[in-house]
Ligand binder design. Structure first.
Ligand SMILES: [Zn+2]
Length: 65
């Protein structure tokens, strides 16, 4: 059994006692962060990942490949 086809996060292989393999969610890849902008001047303050509710630094976009 291969990992679930979901690129939004890492998947960790977890062998079960009965021989099955379960896949549990690992680290989120933050693929689709949404912009968080200041209400006054519209300045980009940060990004928020809707998949894991993690706030990411405003510089995040530059690290996407
Ligand atoms: Zn995330």
């Amino acid at each position: 059994m291969s990992a679930p086809d979901d690129p939004r996060c890492e998947w960790i292989e977890c062998p079960m006692a009965d021989g099955r393999t379960e896949w549990i969610r690992g680290a989120c890849n933050h693929l689709e962060p949404v912009e968080v902008r200041g209400v006054v001047d519209g300045e980009l303050l940060a990004f928020l990942c809707p998949d894991c509710d993690t706030q990411l630094p405003a510089q995040w976009k530059g690290t996407l490949s």
